[in-house]
Design a protein around this ligand. Structure first.
Ligand SMILES: [Ca+2]
Ligand SMILES: [Ca+2]
Ligand SMILES: [Ca+2]
Length: 289
């Protein structure tokens, strides 16, 4: 057999990610695990809709030649609260470091207080030069998605509501090259903060379901497979992105109550995870039969 430019199907069988709201083996180990109970409610029903809380238990990252995959295990409450994704392409130094003045427009999630509430005014984790923001939320019954992104840290786009049709786990939908999947079956993971701030309850590293995203690599600037490194940080906010829960990944150095408005993640000493966008090793294997 002669290898052509296309990847033979025999070699396409490397571990793959299925965007379905459940962690796949292809992710390997979590890159960050929660250390704090959730200040935005502990989901207790296991239902997709109306589960009663949001939490970020652990962060898993993978990729293929097309997409970056994130699985944020835990729960995303169907009340419009937001999982906020912050990404630094290390090859691109034109992003924003430190205090974020905000980006006006769209749904306002990235705006600064005074020109609409949003996460503008917060300070990114030390060492990040941020090139991408994504805010992802859901609500209504059947479930609807809504999301806003900035791919240049200067302009922003929102995409309105789009229906999933889903009333039970999981909701899986695609739009604009993205795929979104939510499975809110988790009733373990971290507990609520009524039990104090340090993580208690089921081990957060054992949760296998949550919000899973396929983000096109083209959204992240120039990504060179085998070379590019990404810095990734996620946080959870109110529906206008103005008020932060006490959870992010990687977590703050010290578990505490809500980060509230305009948090300084440098002072909170969260750090960020580093992900190497290496070519899946199987793609470099040559076999002639
Ligand atoms: Ca999956
Ligand atoms: Ca950058
Ligand atoms: Ca929990």
């Amino acid at each position: 057999m002669t290898l052509g430019l296309a990847v033979p199907s025999a070699f396409a069988g490397f571990a793959t990610v299925t965007v379905d709201g459940t962690v796949d083996a292809a992710y390997g180990a979590a890159l960050a695990v929660q250390n704090a109970n959730t200040s935005f409610g502990d989901a207790t029903s296991g239902n997709l809709i109306g589960g009663g809380g949001s939490e970020m238990d652990a962060l898993y990252v993978a990729h293929d030649n097309t997409n970056l995959y994130l699985c944020i295990t835990g729960n995303l409450e169907s009340n419009g609260n937001i999982h906020l994704v912050v990404i630094d392409n290390f090859d691109d130094n034109s992003g924003i470091t430190g205090a974020f003045a905000g980006i006006n427009g769209a749904d306002g999630y990235f705006q600064t207080n005074g020109s609409g509430n949003g996460m503008g005014g917060s300070t990114f984790p030390s060492g990040m030069n941020v090139d991408y923001l994504g805010a992802f939320k859901c609500f209504n019954n059947p479930l609807e998605w809504r999301y806003q992104t900035s791919t240049d840290m200067a302009t922003t786009t929102a995409f309105g509501n789009f229906a999933t049709g889903a009333t039970t786990n999981p909701a899986i939908n695609s739009q604009n090259g993205y795929t979104f999947a939510l499975n809110n079956a988790n009733t373990a993971g971290v507990a609520g903060t009524g039990g104090g701030f340090p993580a208690s309850g089921g081990p957060p590293g054992s949760v296998t379901t949550g919000l899973e995203l396929a983000i096109p690599l083209t959204e992240l600037g120039t990504v060179t497979l085998g070379t590019t490194q990404l810095g990734i940080f996620v946080a959870h906010t109110s529906g206008d992105a103005n008020f932060f829960s006490n959870q992010c990944l990687p977590p703050a150095a010290t578990p505490q109550d809500h980060f509230a408005t305009d948090p300084n993640f440098t002072t909170l000493n969260t750090g960020f995870v580093t992900y190497n966008v290496v070519v899946p090793v199987e793609l470099s294997v040559f076999q002639a039969n």
